[in-house]
Design a protein around this ligand. Structure first.
Ligand code: 5GP
Length: 184
C-alpha cells in the first residue's frame, strides 16, 4: 500500500476514553476520523453525518447487501459498521484514517487490511471504567452493566491481538503515546 494513507484502529472498552484521546491527537495531526453507520438512536448533542450515520435497520441491511461495509458488527444489541468509502477514498488520497470501533470489528479490519495498526485503549481499572460511564450520564443503568460486563473479555482480546496498548490513566500522556504511534 505504498503511497497511500495508513489505517489506525482505536478500540477498547466503552468509557476507556477513546473519543477524548482521538480528539486530542487530531488537534495536531491531519487524519480523517471515519464516521460509522449505526442503527442506534442519536444521543443528545449527536449530529447525523458527523458522529454517526444514523440508519434504520432496513437502510443498514441495504448497505450490507450491496457490500458497502468494510466490517460490521452487532454491539450492545445495535448494529455498527465501517463504510468502505470512509476508508478507501481517504487512504487512496494519501491521508491517514482512524477507525474508532469495537474490538471484534478491529480484528476483522486487520484481516482485510493487514497493514492496519490496532491500538487498544486500556482503562486504568474496571472500577474507574464504571465510574467514567456513570459520570458521562449518557447511558441508563442496564446499558452501563452491559458495557462494563464485557470489558474484561475485550481487555483479554486487546492484550492478545493488538499491536499497541495505551493505558489511559492520564489524558495528555496517553494522547502523546497515540500521537507517537501515528506520527510519520
Ligand atoms: P457508542 O454506542 O457508545 O457510540 O458505541 C458503542 C460501541 O460501538 C463502541 O465500542 C464503538 O467503538 C463501537 N463502534 C462504533 N462504530 C463502529 C463500527 O463502525 N464498527 C464496529 N465494529 N464497532 C463500532
Amino acid at each position: 500500500m505504498s503511497g497511500s494513507g495508513r489505517v489506525f484502529v482505536v478500540a477498547g472498552p466503552s468509557g476507556a476514553g477513546k473519543d477524548t484521546l482521538i480528539k486530542e491527537v487530531l488537534k495536531d495531526l491531519d487524519a480523517h476520523l471515519s464516521v460509522s453507520a449505526t442503527t442506534r438512536k442519536p444521543r443528545s448533542g449527536e449530529v447525523d453525518g458527523r458522529d454517526y450515520r444514523f440508519l434504520s435497520d432496513e437502510e443498514f441491511d441495504r448497505l450490507v447487501a450491496t457490500g458497502q461495509f468494510l466490517e460490521h458488527k452487532e454491539v450492545f444489541g445495535r448494529r455498527y459498521g465501517t463504510l468502505r468509502s470512509e476508508v478507501e477514498e481517504v487512504t487512496g488520497s494519501g491521508r491517514d484514517v482512524i477507525l474508532e470501533i469495537d474490538v471484534q470489528g478491529a480484528l476483522d479490519v486487520k484481516s482485510t487490511i493487514p497493514d492496519a495498526t490496532l491500538v487498544f485503549i486500556m482503562p486504568p481499572s474496571l472500577e474507574e471504567l464504571e465510574a467514567r460511564l456513570r459520570g458521562r450520564e449518557a447511558d441508563d443503568e442496564r446499558e452501563i452493566i452491559t458495557r462494563t460486563g464485557i470489558a474484561p473479555e475485550e481487555i483479554e482480546v486487546g492484550k492478545r491481538e493488538f499491536d499497541e496498548i495505551i493505558v489511559n490513566d492520564d489524558v495528555s500522556k496517553a494522547a502523546g503515546e497515540l500521537a507517537r504511534i501515528m506520527g510519520r
